[in-house]
Design a protein around this ligand. Structure first.
Ligand SMILES: [Zn+2]
Ligand SMILES: [Zn+2]
Length: 784
């Protein structure tokens, strides 16, 4: 039968998410004839029926997609070919891979109901999934996405599962990861040491709960890697975990059975509850202001706890009826990537956990738990991994013509970015610090994976300007070997571009003022930057202001030892004699006097091993050291700043602005850019310390003063340059108070404020900016 048919092309994340059965059901319901199929470009529908019916069909396709789908485009054209009278789903056609691999999704409501229903075939089955939930990126090994290209390939479906898989009316129609206790993967409790397991009458999952309750540390093979779990209310278990994992102070993530359990320890705003219960199911940083307290070693010195809900059926079953939170930290020692391989886990985790709950569904790709935080009323992704990657970010207007590109990102919080030929940017999952050889190996493996998944052949490579990054070495090797152009993008320009791209700012939009506050990045002038005011669009960036450049005494060591930055700041502002005469009484004076001052002064004079840096991160370190919050050494990157933020007394934030520490704008005599001068701020901080002002008040006045200084600098630049939008980026904006204070002041001055949400403000979002700058350059060159 031929007639006035339509051929409907649907693009986006439409494969492996139950799109075809949704189309099928809709077609049957409306009496549409024809067929639906997956091909290399997405989903293709050939539909016949009356004009009104087809219009309704199209409208409902767009308004009622399945939960995990993301429709990017629907294109229609007339179709005059044959149409099946009974609407059908036909087999996939091979073709160029353009479709998307979905991120892993938390268990859906229907599956969650099944695993606790004793009449269900999947009662207590820990690997229950359907088309609307379950593992995706963690189990994918190739394309096209079907069971053979996942780590479920070794588990042929039993008869009932096969029937569901083949039934378009079933929730598990073509659910590639479906399984049941008869045909699917199984869990097993093992001992990493040589001891016996006496389960008595418990099954393996219940036994894990009993072990946790008795104070044991248990390794649990999860979705994207192994976790280490213990009872979060048991101080001894936590102390043992800290000691054996060699993790001194970095906060541990927590998991709890329900929002009610979390509420005992934390306040949960509605927007935070929505994030916790979303399919992405990230760790959400929450204010630890509940009526009960957890042992302080969970998050030393911080006022927040990072909680997630059980995201898989396995975790749900383990925590079933468990009325306490558990620590659920990555299964690794200190800074290594979390284990995914069973033998590797046994080798690396045996010294930490005696017991392990393992299973035989291999983890193909390591994917960490994501971390988000609500600031300025918006959910902001700080670590973008499980649940978010590899969802693409549609590049803004003007980038449709971008060729395929690969941006390598930075070394800390490494994540590369692939630009597909379809105008999408795919930011890979967070991969950690490339200084670690195992992480670097994983990063290389992921580069190969994304090349396969997205059938990617870049025509240019983008990379940070810094010559020593591991990512840079790989990028330069790649470009040289493949004969591809290498585009170096200045670190802070990439940060601004990342923020603009995330917010869909068009390629030809006028420049914004980027305020980029972070640790360190190599500047255009060869010095170290980290507190920058850049007039920028995608194509170019011009530095118009900065924080005052101060020496990093001992070079890289200054990034780890906050007191070095305090000493450098005080010597730059006051000098030792003035510091002594006014502030000798302070404890911090004695602590600095005990340091090898002659050596440090020598560095400063000779400018050897003492590079100047306009770094906001180092300014935070210096202030944290001055008030005694973090003086000697940071246990992890950003610890001093995080503790200083946590110390802020919220009542003091509302003080009059006069009490905020003053910073002035200084225009240097030479041609260099104006900077924010912290002399008066230091004098006020030290004066407050002399008066025994509480640290919480000092921390509040510092945050307000810095934000006010930043707003002054922006207004000052605005006197001579045209912009109406300010883009905030850089790792320092993970600080909720700094972000909110800056945004509030800038909005009051009439600026539109952009800050990161879907993409990390830290270096985890850098690659997106590199990709956007690189693409903009290539498109512009192509036009001229
Ligand atoms: Zn489900
Ligand atoms: Zn089965």
């Amino acid at each position: 039968m031929s007639g006035d048919g339509l051929e409907i092309r649907v693009r986006g994340r439409v494969q492996g998410v139950g799109f075809r059965p949704t189309v099928w059901k809709l077609a049957r319901e409306l009496g549409v004839t024809g067929e639906v199929l997956n091909d290399g470009e997405g989903v293709l529908i050939r539909a016949g029926g009356a004009a009104g019916t087809l219009a309704a069909f199209l409208a409902r396709l767009e308004s009622e997609p399945p939960p995990l789908a993301r429709v990017d485009a629907v294109e229609t054209r007339a179709y005059a070919g044959e149409l099946a009278p009974e609407f059908r789903i036909v087999a996939s056609e091979a073709g160029a891979v353009r479709t998307q691999i979905a991120p892993d999704a938390a268990i859906c409501h229907a599956c969650a109901t099944e695993i606790v229903d004793s009449s269900s075939r999947r009662f207590r089955y820990p690997f229950t999934t359907c088309t609307h939930c379950g593992p995706r990126l963690t189990i994918v090994t190739g394309v096209p996405y079907d069971r053979a290209a996942t780590t479920l390939a070794g588990f042929p479906l039993c008869e009932p599962c096969a029937a569901e898989y083949g039934d378009p009316a079933d929730r598990r129609f073509h659910a590639e990861t479906t399984a049941c206790s008869a045909c699917g993967p199984r869990v097993k409790l093992v001992r990493f040491d040589d001891g016996e397991i006496d389960l008595a009458i418990l099954d393996d999952v219940d036994a894990v709960r009993a072990l946790l309750a008795s104070g044991e540390i248990v390794a649990i093979k999860g979705l994207g890697g192994y976790h280490l779990a213990c009872d979060a209310t048991n101080a001894n278990a936590i102390a043992k975990l800290r000691a054996t994992k060699h993790r001194d102070a970095k906060p541990f993530a927590l998991m709890a059975q329900s929002l009610d359990v979390i509420r005992r320890y934390c306040a949960i705003e509605p927007i935070e509850a929505a994030a916790l219960t979303s399919p992405e199911a990230p760790i959400v940083l929450l204010a630890a202001t509940g009526s009960e307290r957890l042992p302080p070693q969970i998050a030393p010195g911080l006022g927040t706890l990072g909680f997630m809900l059980p995201t898989t059926p396995l975790h749900r079953l383990i925590l079933d009826d468990f009325d306490r939170p558990v620590v659920m930290t990555s299964g690794n020692e200190s800074d290594e990537p979390q284990a995914i391989d069973d033998a590797d886990a046994a080798r690396r985790l045996a010294g930490i956990a005696a017991f392990a709950l393992v299973h035989d569904r291999p983890i193909a790709n390591r994917v960490d738990d994501s971390v988000v935080r609500v600031a300025d009323g918006v959910v902001r992704v700080l670590r973008r991994a499980r649940g978010y990657a590899p969802a693409p970010i549609t590049l803004p207007l003007g980038f449709e013509r971008s060729p395929q590109l690969l941006a390598y990102g930075g070394d800390l919080k490494a994540a590369f970015c692939v630009v597909t030929g379809a105008g999408d940017a795919v930011l890979a999952q967070h991969q950690g610090d490339l200084d670690n050889p195992a992480t670097l190996a994983d990063y290389r493996k992921n580069l190969a994976l994304y090349r396969t998944l997205f059938d990617h052949a870049p025509t240019a490579i983008a990379i940070d300007r810094h010559p020593d990054f591991h990512a840079g070495v790989l990028a330069r090797d790649h470009a040289a070997a493949a004969g591809l152009p290498l585009v170096e993008v200045q670190h802070h320009h990439a940060h601004v571009a990342s923020c603009l791209a995330e917010h869909g700012r068009a390629l030809v939009a006028p420049p914004v003022l980027g305020v980029v506050l972070d640790g360190l990045g190599l500047g255009d002038d060869g010095t170290i930057w980290g507190g920058e005011f850049l007039l920028a669009d995608y194509r170019s960036s011009r530095r118009l202001g900065c924080l005052k450049p101060v020496a990093m005494l001992g070079g890289d060591r200054a990034s780890h030892e906050p007191w070095r930055n305090l000493y450098a700041h005080l010597m730059a502002e006051l000098g030792w004699a003035a510091f002594t005469s006014k502030f000798e009484r302070l404890p911090v004076y004695g602590a600095l006097a005990a340091k090898p001052r002659a050596l440090l002064d020598g560095m400063q004079r000779s400018k050897l091993n003492a590079p100047l840096a306009s770094s906001c991160g180092r300014l935070f370190d210096a202030v944290a050291a001055a008030v005694g919050i973090s003086f000697e050494r940071q246990a992890y990157e950003g610890e001093a700043a995080a503790r200083l933020e946590a110390a802020v007394d919220p009542r003091a934030l509302a003080e009059t602005d006069e009490l905020a520490y003053p910073m002035t704008i200084v225009q240097p005599q030479d041609s260099s850019v104006p900077y924010l001068e912290p002399f008066a701020m230091w004098d006020a901080i030290l004066g407050d310390l002399l008066r025994d002002t509480p640290v919480g008040v000092i921390a509040a006045r510092f945050h307000c003063g810095l934000a006010r200084g930043i707003a002054h600098m922006v207004a000052n630049i605005g006197d001579a340059h045209r912009f109406s939008t300010v883009a905030l980026s850089g790792g320092c904006f993970q600080n909720r108070i700094l972000l909110e204070q800056c945004a509030m002041r800038l909005r009051a001055d009439g600026f539109e404020v952009l800050a990161h949400a879907r993409v990390p403000t830290n270096d985890g979002g850098l690659a997106l900016g590199q990709a956007a700058v690189c693409a903009a350059g290539l498109i512009t060159r192509g036009d001229s």
